[in-house]
Design a binder for this molecule. Structure first.
Ligand SMILES: [Ca+2]
Length: 300
């Protein structure tokens, strides 16, 4: 798991840890939609809460080109301070001394069989790891990535970002060059783009349902986190991408040929371009099965 510390990322990590058939090898925090220290701390506390303190956490030290807005990033401080994550003074889940990018290289080199990378932030840590040890590409079974906007507008708003025409999705925009680096490999990429996530909003109804399950700690935490973002236009991004690992049958996939635009006003755009790099995108999802699934998992 390689996440970037947004509200959605913690819940995606939490969902992943409820999946019985998944053997998590570690969690890397890429410092993008967050501030690094509270994001790493919150991640470790969530793993503690879930009884997953044997899963190592490593902090990536990569840098992007286009920073996320401070207003988004400060959520990492709020989540790290939620009461349910601070019932103990000690954090049991280890923080590795090695960087996230070096840890990713080592895990893949040592893996006896190919590994799925679940990436819910920018692709920078993956790109840096690939540059450091290109042979690890053969150990990556697939990259499931929440990112990109194929045939819909991006979510980097022109009003916030003067250097952008509104076509880019944030994870791609943070570091388009690294996304392109990953696009240059043969690694199978399964994209969860805005085209799909736009159909799966975080609704008041769902947050209220989480509240009615609040005697379950995971449901309580998820409800608190989503309550924080209710005033915004918020969608299931990372959680929707991650649920694919457990229930691919909820999703219809579609193949596209795409390029990553790395310069100019469209930088960060995942542009459909026939004849270029093949990827597979999640095209449709059975939303009611998805909502039922996360509600059920968070009663664990
Ligand atoms: Ca994210």
């Amino acid at each position: 798991m390689d996440h970037d510390g947004g509200v959605d990322d913690y819940l995606a990590t939490m969902l992943l840890m409820t999946m019985e058939h998944v053997q998590p090898l570690g969690v890397v925090v890429t410092p993008a939609d967050c501030y690094a220290e509270p994001a790493v701390s919150a991640t470790r506390k969530i793993l503690d809460l879930m009884g997953c303190s044997d899963v190592p956490v490593a902090a990536s030290t990569v840098r992007g080109l286009n920073p996320f807005p401070r207003l988004y990033r400060r959520d990492s401080f709020i989540v790290d301070h939620l009461p349910i994550l601070n019932q103990s003074e000690i954090i049991r889940t280890p923080l590795l001394q090695t960087t996230g990018q070096d840890f990713m290289v080592r895990v893949l080199q040592e893996a006896p069989e190919p590994v799925t990378l679940m990436v819910t932030g920018p692709l920078t840590t993956v790109a840096v790891a690939l540059d450091a040890a290109p042979e690890i590409a053969a150990k990556i079974e697939q990259i499931v990535w929440m990112g990109g906007a194929l045939n819909v507008p991006g979510n980097v708003e022109k009003s916030l970002e003067a250097g952008q025409d509104g076509s880019a999705e944030w994870n791609a925009y943070w570091d388009p060059v690294s996304a392109q680096r990953v696009w240059q490999t043969q690694i199978p990429i399964v994209l969860c783009p805005l085209d799909l996530t736009n159909n799966v909003p975080v609704t008041s109804e769902l947050v209220y349902k989480l509240g009615r399950q609040r005697h379950h700690p995971l449901s309580d935490l998820a409800g608190q986190c989503y309550a924080l973002v209710i005033p915004q236009d918020y969608y299931f991004w990372d959680v929707l991408a991650t649920a694919y690992l457990a229930h691919p049958e909820f999703y219809q996939l579609r193949e596209w040929e795409t390029v990553i635009v790395t310069t100019g006003l469209s930088q960060g755009r995942t542009k459909v371009d026939p004849g270029s790099r093949k990827i597979v995108a999640m095209d449709r999802v059975d939303t009611s099965s998805f909502y039922d699934y996360i509600l059920q998992q968070w009663t664990r």
